[in-house]
Design a protein around this ligand. Structure first.
Ligand SMILES: Cc1ncc(COP(=O)(O)O)c(C=O)c1O
Length: 407
């Protein structure tokens, strides 16, 4: 039968993380199971943005680069993201998008050896593969895209770089970062990790696991707002060995000297390119601040409990859905995905019923389990509404088959 409604309510009452929900703006009666795609708005963000616009941009104007330390925002935010990924504060910088950061890191890291192969996983998030193919064309590397089960065995003497997404965007499968990084290192290859579905979702220990290069997304579990800047991580010992291919003035050792020659800044700052998007960085900062006072371990423990409840309820009430996410917590991230031939229509019918998950082509419906603001009763109602939609066949209404530009 899965958890009863009364048990779900009791689980929320017993949940010490429950008050964190007050940090977020969430419309009444909306069950938001899509924080793995776009996190909700922290309440503090509204206030912060008003202050940024009226006092800082409005009144301080260009003086704010110094008076409000706009210029230090990429590093300041990097230092706030660092504890969430187990890195040192100066090893992380917030800038550009995940795609652009991937490009910069891959091109820079490719120069570290003359080996010919850039290895990645088939079915990796498509931006990673597209960026990798562009990097391969530019650098002369050969792109080898291997099925997930073969990736590790394909690492060899010819591997220059390995590009992997830690938690898979569709299935939620998680690579063993420590084991894969070690294997790549033993073979003499560098690994670039995409942490977009990991940061703020699962506990990460980049330094401890020996990870050297990573990027990640700001608008998912970090709740930074639509199109929020992304982050880039480089282990300290590689800082002076890597040079960004995007030699913008913000990555120069002395941007305000206005010299013709390019001298990369020391440390990770050299991976900045153009002027930082200050308003977007401010929104992301309050998204990251919403994690204050709570450890990733506690959040992860709640995520595991929510996964089990979701899984049990769907198994009992929606048997036509096939779970494609691993059950073991060590093998997955913080979302749960199901295959259904009409996943798109089901997703639309759910949205019409105020339950937001998302669809991933061709046949997957995906739900983000985000312990900062979701409770067990939310999950109970989400699955209850999904079971009713499936039982009644209401997803067959033709209006649920209409596809917008964003699906
Ligand atoms: C694994 C992964 N990488 C990257 C991105 C997006 O990158 P960008 O910030 O460039 O849009 C996503 C978006 O969903 C993703 O799932």
């Amino acid at each position: 039968m899965g958890l009863t409604h009364a048990e779900a309510v009791a689980a929320d009452v017993a949940d010490s993380l429950r008050p964190l929900r007050e940090r977020f703006h969430l419309p009444d009666d909306l069950i938001y199971l899509d924080g793995n795609s776009l996190g909700p708005m922290p309440i503090a963000t509204g206030e912060r943005m008003r202050e940024m616009v009226s006092k800082q941009w409005g009144d301080a104007l260009i003086r704010a680069w110094n008076t409000h330390d706009w210029i230090g925002a990429p590093q300041r935010l990097g230092a706030k993201v660092a504890p969430l990924i187990g890195a040192k504060p100066h090893e992380v910088i917030v800038t550009d998008s995940t795609s652009v950061n991937l490009f910069k890191l891959l091109v820079a890291a490719a120069q570290l050896s003359d080996r010919p192969v850039l290895l990645s996983e088939s079915g990796n998030f498509h931006t990673d593969l597209h960026i990798a193919s562009g990097v391969a064309d530019l650098t002369g590397l050969t792109l080898d895209i291997a099925p997930r089960a073969e990736v590790e065995s394909r690492i060899g003497a010819d591997t220059n770089l390995l590009l992997l997404t830690h938690v898979h965007y569709k299935s939620a499968e998680r690579f063993d970062m420590e084991a894969v990084t070690r294997r790549a290192k033993q073979a003499g290859a560098f690994t670039v990790w995409d942490l977009s579905h990991s940061v703020g979702a699962v506990p990460l220990r980049l330094n401890e696991t020996g990870a050297e290069l990573a990027v990640g997304c700001g608008y998912k579990y970090l709740n930074g707002g639509p199109g929020a800047p992304a982050f880039l991580y480089i282990a300290e010992h590689l800082h002076e060995r890597l040079v960004s291919p995007l030699r913008g003035w913000m990555g120069h050792a002395a941007p305000f000297a206005f010299t013709d020659d390019y001298v990369p800044a020391r440390g990770i700052d050299r991976f900045l390119a153009g002027t930082p998007p200050i308003l977007s960085l401010a929104a992301l900062e309050s998204g990251v601040d919403a994690f204050e006072g709570v450890s990733m371990e506690r959040l992860w423990a709640k995520s595991i409990a929510m996964f089990d409840v979701f899984y049990g309820l769907v198994e009992a009430r929606c048997p036509e859905l096939e779970c494609i996410s691993p059950r073991g917590p060590e093998q997955r991230g913080s979302h749960i995905s199901y295959r259904h031939p009409h996943a798109f229509e089901l997703c639309q019918a759910l949205i019409a019923d105020n339950v937001i998950g998302d669809f991933r082509a061709p046949d997957v419906i995906r739900f983000g389990l985000t312990p900062l603001y979701l409770g067990f009763e939310d999950i109970w109602h989400g699955v209850d509404r999904m079971a009713r939609i499936l039982d009644s066949g209401s997803w067959r209404d033709p209006r649920f088959a209409v596809r917008g530009k964003v699906t």
